[in-house]
Each structure stands twice: as C-alpha cells, then as structure tokens.
Design a protein around this ligand. Structure first.
Ligand code: CO
Ligand code: ZN
Length: 335
C-alpha cells in the first residue's frame, strides 16, 4: 500500500502543471480516476471533474488543486537570459540556484545579478539561464509568456518524501486512492481544480457548476515541528488534520463536530489545524449559492512552496481512510 501510494505521488509530482497550464496534469489525473467514475469532464478553466453516482440524491464535492506555482517569462535579453515574474506564491530565497523546466521540456537554471544586489534578493534581480548566448537562439526554445516550474526531484526518505508540487499533488494522489474504493450513498464529484495558487479560481467555477451539498477539500498545511518555527498545532506523522481556520475560511462548528465524530467512529488518529495565513479551495465552496457546508482535510507539510516540500505518507494513507469515511457517512452535517 505504502509503496503503491508512493509511486502515485512520484508520478503526479513529476507532471508539469502551473496555474492556467494544467492540461498535462489534468490528463494524467483524469486517466488515473477514469476506471472508477461514471463520467468525467474537463471544464473550460481546466478543472477535471469525475462523477461516481450514488442513490441518496445528495452531492459531495471532493477537491484538491492540481496547479503548482510557476515562473512566467517577461523578457528575453540580447544575451539570451530570461527575466520572469511569479505565478502564485514564489519565495525568492527558495528560487536562486534552482533548476526549472518548461512545458516543452526546455530546462534552465536560476541565478541572480552580481552587482549591488544585497539580500533579500528580489525576483526582479534574478534571471533564468537556458544555455543560450543570444536572444534569437533563446527564442528558438522559449517565448515571452511561457511558464516554467521547479524541476521535479523526488526524495525518498522512507515514509517521508520531499519534492516540489506536493502542494497539492499529494492530495490529488490521496483522491485517486479514495476513488479506487469509495462506496458512498451520495453522488461523489472528484474535482482536480485549476488555478488555486492564483486565487482558487478553478474551485470557484467548479463549486458553482457542481452545486454540492457538502464540500470536502484536501490541501497541504504548514507543519510546526521544525527548529524555531512559529507555534501551531500541526506536525508530520500525527495524522490527517481537521482544518478549523485559515486566512480564507472558518469551518462551522457542526462540520468540525461531524469530522471528529467520524474520525472517532473509525478509529482514525487526527490532529487539529489552525493556519493563521494562507487560503485554500475550501473558501470557494463555503460561500457559494446561498452558502454550503464545507470542510478541509489537511496534510501537514514542511517547507511549503519550496522545491523540497516534505510530507509523511502515513498521514496521507490515514487521510485516504478519513476522506472515505467522511464521504460515505449517510447523515451529512447539513440542515
Ligand atoms: Co500552494
Ligand atoms: Zn495548496
């Protein structure tokens, strides 16, 4: 189970898919759930929506975002160096010295200007070197407007793994596992959303079209178990986390109580999540069409938005059981 899941994580973190350019990631994920759903569509924003029909007449929207943070080319200079801007929350410190890859497979490396540049270095003082000597040569490989991502390098540390794009492909992998064996009385909409990293836009569109009775989002959250970090309750290996609040959503009390009751009923060890910064697709479902009951199951993850995001696969496997248990429950926390 662990190894099979690890292979799925390795596969889904390796595929290219920054915000607005999710086609390849969407095709891979659609292929992984296709055997387990009755229908599958890709909406005009690029979100993949698979449906497994139930009989209760109620709809549950499971969601995880498939887009990753990226860098968009702003300019190509006469020596073939690329200037860029962030697509999503790029941390400048984490960006110098990284390898990047474009959708067409072109690779490059990131460095900074040498003169009068003091830390913290801004992205505007950095450039991508794709191994070309002139603008004309570079333009043969990359265009202004192309988006690259950190090159995936999967670090296998046993039950813990590190890679870029664990945010949120690790939760996409969890949803793939959920879809393999879920048996719910409700219609299950499995949504891999586009454009979360630039403001939850894919989830907003999908929440409108799916119009669910209950939303279960999955995303990574911070982990406060590294040296000298801010005090928060989340840590690696302590189980899937029940979100209480982040910058974008406060989960309502009946929903929180439902989650704890289901965890207890199934003997699943959970932890609580309170994230004082950052938002998730949970936000897109909650205020939709007169208001929705919605929750978020989070995976504690270290070094989010770096190329070495680190999570514990035992938390993920427990999250598979937890999400299934929540979505299979006959009585949902709705009026
Ligand atoms: Co993110
Ligand atoms: Zn995320």
């Amino acid at each position: 189970m662990m190894n099979e899941f690890k292979n799925t994580v390795r596969e889904v973190t390796a595929v290219y898919g920054p915000s607005g350019r999710e086609k390849k990631a969407g095709e891979l994920l659609a292929g992984l759930i296709r055997p387990y759903v009755d229908e599958i569509v890709t909406d005009p924003l690029g979100s993949v929506i698979g449906v497994k029909r139930g009989t209760s007449g109620k709809k549950i929207m499971l969601s995880a975002h498939m887009d990753q943070i990226g860098l968009i080319v702003l300019d190509i200079d006469e020596k073939g160096f690329l200037r860029f801007a962030p697509v999503g929350g790029i941390n400048p410190e984490m960006t110098i010295g990284r390898e990047v890859v474009f959708e067409n497979g072109v690779r490059g490396v990131i460095y900074r200007e040498e003169k009068d540049v003091k830390p913290p270095v801004k992205l505007s003082k950095m450039f991508i070197d794709i191994g070309c000597s002139t603008r004309e040569e570079a333009e043969g490989h990359v265009c202004v407007g192309d988006i690259c991502v950190y090159a995936p390098h999967f670090v296998d540390m046993g039950s813990r793994v590190a890679c870029c794009a664990l945010d949120d492909r690790i939760c996409c992998a969890i949803l793939v596992e959920v879809m393999k064996s879920i048996a719910s009385p409700h219609d299950i909409y499995c949504v891999f959303t586009a454009q979360e990293e630039v403001g939850c836009r894919g989830a907003l569109a999908a929440a409108y079209s799916v119009d669910p009775d209950f939303g279960i989002n999955l995303d990574v959250t911070a982990s406060a178990d590294t040296p000298e970090c801010d005090p928060m309750p989340m840590k690696l290996g302590a189980g899937p986390a029940i979100k209480y609040m982040d910058d974008s959503a406060v989960i309502t009390k009946p929903v929180i109580e439902f989650m704890h009751a289901v965890a207890q009923k199934h003997g699943i060890k959970v932890q609580n999540e309170i994230l004082p910064y950052g938002g998730t697709d949970t936000w897109a479902v909650q205020p939709m069409r007169g208001g929705k009951a919605a929750c978020c199951v989070s995976v504690a993850t270290r070094y989010i938005h770096s190329a070495i995001e680190t999570a514990d696969l035992t938390d993920c496997l427990a999250a598979v059981s937890f999400v299934k248990a929540l979505a299979e429950e006959k009585e949902l926390p709705i009026e």
